[in-house]
Design a protein around this ligand. Structure first.
Ligand code: NAI
Length: 285
């Protein structure tokens, strides 16, 4: 897996690029435009500089890591990759289009095409890729350079060899801790987390308590490192909403259905920390 590609350089894509480059791999990141590619590169550099200022990485190592990363706006740059992780916006049409195209671009028959999706069926992505046995889910957590967990999701059509290679890759090369989940919207963590986040948003919407008090309740009362509204802001409210919609479509369980206030906040561009405003205002995006 010495040459890897990452599609999307937002919150998760930039984090996955950083993790892979810090593990010594050659990484190509692909974004939608030259400007977006530049912004993604700046996101990775800012994260590395933060790590440097905390003494987690030396200055010369930052330079070496950045040297291993190239962000472009052309999917063709993925042709020679051994592994591509798709981390584009949580939108089924976008991902289906990417899997259709990248499945044809990869030249190595043994290359693995994985998705960081939180809720879109892996089997559908495999079906359009023309290499379903080499497609699976690899779900990182935010912030990817810090969080240890990776969920591994084989679909009905994933070959066991693909799963075995990915398990050794995330464990031995990236130093992460994998758990395995079946191809159901939400996998393990979001199946438990998303109804909780949506319940907190409904509670805020109904005026039970202020955002700050809902969060303080869970931090001080349950020992969580962060309250549910601050965590929703960190994940991105568009992403929380998209995951809720996919889970609702799959299970028809009202707990997964996004409340109207979440729809309105997303429509207003209040997407959380990445947009500078969500349930709380943020100075640094
Ligand atoms: P984001 O909104 O921060 O970034 C998405 C990026 O994808 C944007 O920079 C956008 O320009 C790019 N993009 C969209 N279409 C593209 C295309 N056709 N080609 C190349 N790039 C494209 O979203 P985020 O949070 O990084 O989410 C990405 C994926 O990771 C989603 O599938 C999401 O469900 C998943 N995820 C998100 C987590 C979170 O905490 N935000 C955690 C784990 C997984």
């Amino acid at each position: 897996m010495e040459r890897i590609g990452v599609i999307g350089g937002g919150l998760m894509g930039s984090g996955i690029v950083e993790v892979a480059a810090r593990a010594g791999l050659d990484v190509v990141g692909v974004e939608v435009s030259a400007d977006a590619a530049k912004a993604a590169e700046a996101r990775v550099e800012a994260s590395l500089r933060r790590a440097e200022s905390r003494g987690k990485i030396a200055a010369d190592e930052v330079a070496a890591v950045l040297d291993r990363i190239r962000f472009v706006d052309d999917l063709e740059a993925l042709a020679d990759r051994r592994l591509v992780v798709e981390a584009a916006t949580e939108d089924e049409c976008t991902k289906l289009d990417l899997f259709r195209r990248v499945g044809q671009i990869l030249t190595d028959d043994d290359a693995i095409l994985a998705s960081n999706t939180s809720s879109i069926p892996i089997v559908k992505l495999g079906a359009v890729s023309g290499r379903a046995d080499h497609v699976m889910g690899v779900h990182f957590f935010n912030p990817a350079p810090v969080m240890k967990l990776v969920e591994l999701i084989p679909s009905l059509t994933t070959a066991s060899a693909t799963m075995d290679r990915m398990r050794s890759f995330v464990t031995d090369e990236l130093g992460k801790e994998p758990i395995e989940a079946t191809d159901r919207a939400g996998f393990v963590v979001n199946s438990l987390l998303v109804p909780y986040l949506l319940s907190a948003i409904r509670m805020y919407e109904a005026g039970y308590a202020s955002a700050a008090d809902i969060d303080r309740g869970m931090v001080l009362g349950c020992g969580h490192p962060m309250g549910p509204l601050a965590l929703s802001d960190l994940i991105g409210l568009d992403t929380v909403r998209a995951i809720g919609i996919s889970m609702y479509e799959e299970f028809k369980e009202p707990l997964y259905s996004p409340p109207p206030i979440l729809d309105r906040m997303v429509e207003a561009g209040l997407l959380g920390k990445k947009a500078g405003h969500g349930f709380y205002p943020y100075q640094e995006k």
